[in-house]
Design a protein around this ligand. Structure first.
Ligand code: GLV
Ligand code: MN
Ligand code: MN
Length: 419
């Protein structure tokens, strides 16, 4: 096996260039509060993609797009027939998203390619930087859509048929922005690495720069609808009402209780609550809501699922407000590849960065890539642990450190042949 020659070990990314690229991309969809709103497959997402493609081509990469709109920028290896060592993430954001979630992983990949070019480093295996479609799952469900199709977690047809709240399908939105590529078999991947902000407070609280990610929590997402009866707020006595919002409120509290019952690694969130007809003197006739359950253990996640369904039954019966529950996302907890995880730890140590083990509470494209190839993630802190928020922030030197770890970890997998 080829060992990494020292010029490659000495190579360091250009932190200022990485930061500038993050700021340039963040201008597309910038919000007045300093965040980014670049929902998946909107015109703004298209503009962000165009910028990525331009930068990738300027860095000498060939670029292709697959049928779900994932983009792959490839830097050739000496043996270009080898499966690529891949990195990447997403550039779609939450409606009130930040500059770093996902964008960091994609631009860290571009920075790795630029650094390899600067140092004339030739790798045995090709390097690829991926932009995965609709990781956020905010405009279209399921979450982690592009990587899910790539890894065969669900079909291309299922993903293309999903519609946003306005009725636009994924297929229509992809065509509108010009990113519907050709269908074909999923190519082999040699290894996958993803750099990401932590999106939680653990690294910052421990004064650590690098999170060595052991794996990610499993998730179950649901669409829930509560059926009551619209009636006049005045004449209808309290005991005769079928108030859908009252039942939904009980369920919100129950979701919280279910997660607390499995502390510290379980989570339960109701993020969307739509009340119909939303008129102040009409008893709510129906409610649509979402539930997001997460756990580190698949058996626990299943217990939480059972508890949610039992609560819906109980609350629905008590209020004469039937509650329908549809699961729309499920993936089990995903451990990452021990050898690659240890490589990330060793690289952080060799580079002199403080590091600690962490578990990802967020979903990432790496969760699905781990079904195809040995996978690892590199986390860096974000300010106050806040993410999915316009105020999301990160220190340039932490982003640079994570990118240096990413570079070395990728070089170990891709093998350096010349520098
Ligand atoms: C992805 O952003 C998630 O919800 O974990
Ligand atoms: Mn993300
Ligand atoms: Mn996110």
């Amino acid at each position: 096996m080829t060992t990494t020659p020292s010029p490659a070990l000495q190579a360091r990314v250009n932190g200022a260039r990485l930061w500038q690229s993050l700021m340039d991309l963040a201008r597309i969809g910038a919000t007045p509060k300093g965040g980014v709103c670049r929902l998946a497959l909107t015109a703004l997402d298209g503009e962000g993609r165009d910028l990525f493609v331009r930068w990738a081509r300027e860095a000498g990469c060939s670029v292709r797009t697959d049928a779900i709109g994932n983009i792959f920028a490839r830097r050739a290896g000496r043996n270009d027939a080898l499966p690529p060592v891949m990195t990447g993430s997403h550039i779609d954001t939450q409606p009130t998203g930040g500059k770093f979630d996902g964008n960091y992983g994609v631009l860290a990949g571009i920075e790795v390619v630029r650094t390899l070019n600067d140092h004339g480093i030739v790798t045995e295996a090709p390097i690829e930087v991926a932009v995965w479609t609709n990781e956020e799952g905010s405009r279209f469900v399921p979450v982690m859509m592009g990587s899910g199709v790539f890894a065969g977690a669900f079909t291309l047809e299922h993903a293309l048929a999903q519609r946003d709240a306005q009725g636009t399908s994924v297929a229509e939105a992809l065509t509108a922005i010009g990113y519907a590529g050709a269908d074909g078999p999923t190519p082999a991947v040699g290894a996958y690495f993803e750099a990401h902000i932590e999106q939680g407070p653990v690294l910052e609280a421990n004064g650590c720069v690098i999170g060595v990610v052991q794996g990610a929590l499993g998730q179950r997402w649901y669409d829930v609808s509560v059926q009551g009866m619209e009636a006049h707020a005045g004449p209808t006595p309290m005991e005769l009402r079928r108030d859908a919002l009252l039942a939904a409120s009980a369920l919100v509290a129950e979701v919280n209780r279910i997660a607390l019952a499995h502390a510290p690694h379980a989570r339960g969130t109701v993020g969307v609550l739509e009340v119909f007809p939303s008129s102040r003197n009409v008893i709510p006739g129906s409610v649509r809501m979402t539930v997001d359950l997460r756990a580190a253990d698949d058996a626990v996640l299943l217990q939480m699922d059972a508890a949610l369904r039992a609560a819906c039954e109980r609350i629905g019966t008590a209020g004469r407000t039937p509650i329908a529950v549809e699961q729309v996302v499920y993936f089990p907890p995903q451990p990452f590849a021990p050898a690659l995880v240890e490589g990330v730890r060793a690289d952080a140590q060799a580079l002199g960065y403080s590091a600690m083990d962490v578990v990802s509470g967020a979903g990432h494209d790496a969760v699905y890539l781990a079904r195809l190839a040995p996978t690892a993630m590199v986390f860096v802190p974000c300010a106050d642990g806040i993410s999915h928020n316009e105020i999301e922030d990160a220190e340039p030197e932490h982003l640079e450190a994570g990118c240096n770890v990413l570079l070395q970890a990728m070089l170990r997998s891709a093998q350096v042949v010349a520098a």
